[in-house]
Every structure is written in C-alpha cells, then in structure tokens.
Design a protein around this ligand. Structure first.
Ligand code: AMP
Length: 429
C-alpha cells in the first residue's frame, strides 16, 4: 500500500477490520497543533486544531484571493471575529497572512510557527490513485496533478495551497486528505457507468464520489454514539449541504455513493441539477442556441432547488419560509428535493440488503427538520418512526427516531476539519 497509493486489488484485499485498526492507531500518537487548510481557486478556509483536546483554537477564511477587495476573517476560539481588507495577490500571501494572524502577539493562539506540528490539506480528487490519506512528497504532488483533469476547478487550487504552505513552512510535514478516498472501496458494479469500457480504460471515466471525509466521519461517529461496532452496521449517510450526496456504508466500507465522475451527479442540490437524462443537454443546447459549456454552467449554477423554485432561493431557510407561507415555488422545490433523497435511500437499502442506521448531516441535514420529516415520511417500509421533539433539536449527535422505530435515524453534525486533523496526526504524529 506504500505511501497510501493503493491499487484496486490492494483495496479489495484490505479488509474493514484492518482499515479500522489503522484508524485506531491515532490513539497512540502525540498531541499536536494541526493547521487544516481547505483551498479553493480564490478562497482559503483554515482551522488550527489541538489534536489532544480536539478543540478548534482558531479559524478563518481568506476571500477574493487574486481579486480586488480581498479580505481575511480570523476568529480565535472565545475571541472576537476580525475582518481585515488587505491585498492578497496570490495564495502564498494568503497563507502568510493566516500564519501572521495565528502568531499575532495580541490575538494569535500560538507563539511561533514551531508550535504547529503539521498541516492537513483537503484535496478534492485523488482519482484511483489514493484510497487513503498520504504524507505529501514530490511523488504525491505529481500524482495529484495527474488528477487535475478530473477536477479542473478544485485540484489545481488545492495544489497551489499545498505549494504555498511548503514555501512558508518548509520543515513542517503536510498530509493530503482526499474527498474521494473513502469511496474507493466501492465494488466495480457500483462505480462503472454503462458506457463503452474503453472510456474507463482510456480516461478513467467512472463514479468516484465526493464528501468522503464527511461520510467516513459521520458513519463512524454514528456507530460510536450508538455503542455498536462500525464493522457490524449498514449505514446510509445523507450529506445535505449546498452540495449534497448520499452514501451506503456496509461493515465500515463505502459500497456506493450518489456523486459520480464529478460532483454534479446524484441528488438535487442548491444550484446543481443532480441526475438528469443526459439527452437533455443536447436538447437544450439546440432549443436555446447555447454551447455545451453554457448548458453545463446552467446545470451547475442555475439548477437544483434554485432553478426548481423559479429562482426563489438556493438556501433552505428561504425555501422553508416559502413553504410555510404556501409559496408554490418553494413547495415544488422542497417536495422534489426530498423525493430524490428518499429514492437514493431506497436504492441503498437494496444495495446493502437492509439498513440499520440513516444519518443526516451538513447544513441542511443538520438544520432542517422539515426536510428530515419529508424524507422520513417515505420510509414507512423501514419501520421509521420519527420522534418529533428530538427532530427539532440542534447541534448535537442525536437519535431522532422513537425507541420502537425499526430503523434508527440520527443527526450527526459533520466535522471535516477535525477528520482531516485526525488523519494528519495518524500519519505524522
Ligand atoms: P453547507 O454546504 O453544509 O455549509 O450547507 C449550507 C446550506 O445549509 C445553506 O445553503 C442552507 O441551504 C442550509 N442551511 C444552513 N442553515 C440552515 C438552517 N438553519 N435551516 C435550514 N437550512 C439551513
């Protein structure tokens, strides 16, 4: 498995128990402060996490990198949030400002950069090359670059963030944690499309799945909260944020997920269409006299609940308000959204021949009781009985079904940054 690079064969031969054993090694590692970086093309989110207490010491965001009006938001734990508008011509400057904020004598949370033991980077696409997180070296950087074609908007930005950090913290170990890695255990029948096989051989066109760090964290946490063995459970995770995906996790391994080659497939999302008949693309291009690129932009940015609601909103707070006033646009968007989630849940019950636990997570999954209500309304065949009082609680790991419910439904707030910090310590601690 050297350096986290794993072949399909290695993956099949790495049983869940061994993967779990690898996971638990973290307990023996020394505590350290881990800087977690999530780098986009013009933005950069960061958190400094103490791996011993698992507390976030400070977090923030750099916005409009390389664009006029760039600014950094910085919030130390328990302190005031500060926003500073300052030039950030590139990501190296953004990271320099992050490090300056963290070491600032008045509001910083560390005295010097020496206190930061490692950096964990979110990397969106690891293709088939990465089934685990890895310590970043030149070979890893080259392998990530080879995946750029698969995520042209994300991977180049992730690489820029890694290189900028390496420049400013040359002696600090860096770890890459991939959105796709958790899904690499999917069997062939789940990841292949019904396309000529040569396109898989030539271009690696297949389902990869995303949000893997969240699906892995939430499913493992659900087992922990229930006091059950992860390896014994069939879990469905509904990660419902602005981007949204569902995964089927059987005996601690992902066996299917709804996003595909790109994050456009699957559920209806904030602005993304999710599954559609592929012929619609050509149909629309002709009817509207637009290029394929333009239609793809509609599918990514103007569709989902935003489009379905006649541009009312992509935000579920607005849609819930609209629903409560009986706005037909909001009703249509919410009903269609929830029906799609329920259909995916049903298909994963079939894929796993049953389900023990269904988890809701991310912005909508954690905060929208109405959505959980609607989705669970389709799950009578699983014996799901919601506890309405629990369904209206917020911000905690909680079971939202009654003790008599045949299937357990939970809300587990996701914490991708903590999961990245844990992975980082596991590899370099
Ligand atoms: P995420 O991508 O996980 O940050 O989720 C962001 C989305 O969560 C927003 O676009 C909203 O649609 C949704 N959201 C956040 N807070 C709430 C809330 N209190 N009620 C309903 N939806 C929410």
């Amino acid at each position: 498995m050297g350096n986290g690079l794993m072949s399909n064969r290695d993956r099949r031969e790495c049983p869940a128990a061994l993967r779990a054993a690898i996971r638990y090694e973290v307990k023996g590692n020394a505590a350290m402060k881990v800087l977690v970086i999530n780098c986009g093309s013009s933005s950069l989110k960061f958190q400094l996490i103490d791996s011993g207490s698992e507390q976030c010491l400070a977090k923030g965001l750099c916005e409009r990198i390389g664009i006029e009006g760039s600014m950094i938001t910085y919030a130390p734990e328990g302190g005031d949030k500060e926003k500073t508008v300052t030039p950030m011509p590139d990501h190296t400057e953004a990271i320099r400002l992050v490090l300056e904020a963290l070491t600032n004598p008045a509001t910083g949370v560390v005295k010097s950069l020496e206190e930061i033991g490692a950096v964990g980077h979110r990397v969106v696409h690891g293709g088939e090359k990465f089934a685990e997180s890895v310590v970043i070296d030149d070979g890893v950087l080259a392998a990530v670059e080879e995946c750029n074609d698969l995520a042209p908007l994300h991977n180049p930005a992730n690489l820029i963030g890694i290189n900028a950090c390496k420049k400013l913290m040359p002696n600090t170990p860096m770890v890459g944690v991939f959105d796709t890695a958790f899904h690499q255990t999917m069997p062939e029948e789940a990841y292949m499309y019904g396309l000529p096989y040569e396109y898989y051989q030539k271009y690696k066109i297949r389902r990869y799945g995303f949000h893997g760090t969240s699906h892995s964290y939430v499913s493992a946490k659900a087992a922990e909260v229930l006091g059950k063995k992860y390896e014994d459970l069939k879990i469905i995770v509904c990660h419902l944020g602005n981007g949204a995906s569902v995964s089927a996790v059987k005996n601690g391994k992902c066996v299917d997920t709804s996003m595909g080659l790109t994050p456009l497939e699957g559920l209806i999302m904030g602005t993304r269409s999710g599954d559609i008949d592929p012929a619609i693309i050509e149909f629309l291009a002709h009817k509207e006299d637009r290029s394929i690129d333009e239609i793809m932009s509609v599918l990514n940015k103007k569709s989902g609940v935003l489009g379905l609601s006649g541009n009312l909103s992509s935000d579920f707070r607005d849609l819930e308000d609209g629903y409560n006033r009986g706005d037909a646009n909001a009703v249509r968007a919410l009903n269609t959204y929830c029906y799609r989630v329920a259909k995916y849940v049903g298909s994963y019950v079939a894929a796993m021949n049953g389900v023990d636990v269904i988890c809701f997570t991310a912005g909508i999954g954690e905060n929208a009781p109405l959505v959980r209500n609607f989705v669970c309304g389709y799950l009578g065949y699983l014996g799901v009985e919601l506890d309405q009082e629990a369904n209206h609680k917020r911000g905690e790991d909680i079971v939202i079904t009654t003790p008599d419910s045949r299937t357990t439904v939970m809300v587990i707030p996701t914490n991708e940054e903590l999961a990245i910090a844990r992975e980082t310590v596991r590899l370099v601690g």
